[in-house]
Design a protein around this ligand. Structure first.
Ligand code: PMP
Length: 435
């Protein structure tokens, strides 16, 4: 007999903290038992009990093409057959970086790493090395991975579990990070004024998507870039989540099309560029990037960096991600976000849908219905209403992110049948949210 999700969770909890290898997976804020996934294909995931769900998590972003795209799987199998890891350069690494550069013109050089956490950590070290300054500014509610200096007022799992930061981060390290409300020009200027000549960098999600989706206000990104330039600080744009998902050229493309001048010195990528395997990257200005060892004095390394199997998955994914893919993801996002909103209004549930390119999330509650510009506002959402909505959708075979603080991820594989199942589930879920 196959094990149930409950049995698998109990077994995992006996040996893995919380039974999971990343906190949000534990369903801690929505309650209930996480589904243990054994199979995924296109827009669907199947759990250990054989139940199939339309998946709106998409591995938290990487599955842009849908799960187990046959051409991506074939590329991975072919690479695996040639060897799993060599600890030496391989031809495909430069091909992947060239693909990134083609899509994001201000990236002149990039180095491959394995996780978004490593990418942002390296970007910050580079910024400190390049400026000879120590302090870092981040925005409240932005998540940049779990390195020591970046866990202050962070989004994602910390927002989900209402944690202000992490134990185990030395005070001296935390003191190097200044946290400023997002979209708040005055607070940003005040932070620079309070520490003249000491800010190495500002790190920002290109569009915030780890406190729910909160796009930068019109003009904010241009203001940020100009302020950094004036103050001699570097601007790090974190596109780990938005990169090659929010649009073909990442959120930078959305900003450019909106007339913003975004010229970050450094940019980080992850998720989609690995197509579901561990690949991330830090890139940017050639003069800054060439400060990395072995050319320069800033050290960074990785046994599995540029892993050939992972790079094959990323390269296949990016090569398949053409304009048609982005059009399909955009259309699917439009259909789902519009239908969710309509169902919630019909059920009398106050909410707001917020978008950034093809990304969106839904904030529940009267206190946020006028819009969410920052983390303090995001924290006033009605997470309990989201939890009821989440479980009603799950019962109807739709797997949403198990947290009110995460973006909803559509893929190019969400066809009429999968979308139809989502739409059919909405009225009952909206009613549940309203109870
Ligand atoms: N930056 C952003 C914007 C992210 O969304 C994430 C992950 N959700 C990270 C960094 C960290 O990436 P990883 O989980 O691969 O370490």
């Amino acid at each position: 007999m196959t094990a149930t999700n409950d049995e698998l969770f109990a077994r995992a909890r006996a040996v893995i903290p919380g039974g999971v290898d990343s906190p949000v997976r534990a369903y801690g804020s929505v309650g209930g038992t996480p589904r243990f996934i054994v199979d995924a294909s296109g827009p669907y995931v199947t759990d250990a009990e054989g139940r199939r769900y339309v998946d709106l998590v998409a591995s938290w972003g990487p599955a842009l093409l849908g799960h187990a795209h046959p051409e991506v799987v074939a590329a991975v199998q072919a690479a695996a057959a040639r060897g799993l890891s060599f600890g030496a350069p391989t031809p495909a690494e430069a091909e992947l970086v060239e693909e990134i550069i083609t899509r994001v013109p201000f990236v002149e050089r990039a180095r491959l790493v394995s996780t978004g956490t490593e990418a942002t950590m390296t970007a910050i070290r580079l910024a400190r090395g390049a400026t000879g300054r120590d302090l870092l500014i981040k925005f409240a509610g932005h998540y940049h991975g779990h390195s020591d200096g970046l866990l202050a007022a962070a989004g994602s799992g910390l927002a989900t579990y209402a944690l202000p930061g992490s134990a185990g981060v030395p005070e001296a390290v935390a003191a190097q990070t200044l946290v400023v409300p997002y979209n708040d020009r005055a607070a940003l200027e005040a932070a620079f004024a309070a520490h003249p000549g000491r800010i190495a960098a500002v790190i920002t999600e290109a569009a915030a998507a780890n406190m729910g989706v909160v796009a930068p206000a019109s003009g904010f990104t241009t203001f940020l870039a100009e302020l950094c330039r004036r103050e001699g600080a570097l601007l790090i744009s974190d596109e780990v989540l938005t990169g090659f998902r929010a649009a073909r050229g990442g959120y930078a493309q959305v900003l450019r099309e909106a007339g913003e001048t975004l010229a970050p010195d450094l940019v980080t990528f992850g998720k989609v560029i690995g197509g579901g395997l561990p690949v991330a990257a830090v890139g940017g200005r050639a003069d800054v990037m060439e400060m990395l060892a072995p050319m320069g004095p800033v050290y960074q390394a990785g046994t599995l960096s540029g892993n050939p199997v992972a790079v094959a998955a990323g390269l296949a994914t990016l090569r398949l991600a053409d304009d048609d893919v982005y059009a399909r993801v955009a259309a699917a996002s439009e259909i789902v976000s519009g239908a969710v909103s309509a169902a919630l209004w019909t059920a009398g549930v106050p909410h707001v849908v917020q978008r950034a390119g093809t990304l969106f999330s839904v904030f529940f509650g009267a206190e946020v219905a006028d819009g969410v510009p920052d983390y303090a506002t995001a924290q006033r959402q009605d997470s309990a209403a989201y939890g009821r909505f989440f479980h009603a959708m799950l019962d109807a075979g739709v797997s949403l992110p198990p947290s009110a603080y995460e973006a909803w991820f559509l893929t190019a594989a969400h066809d009429d049948e999968a979308l139809g199942q989502v739409l059919a589930a909405l009225p009952a879920a909206a009613a549940a949210a309203g109870r």
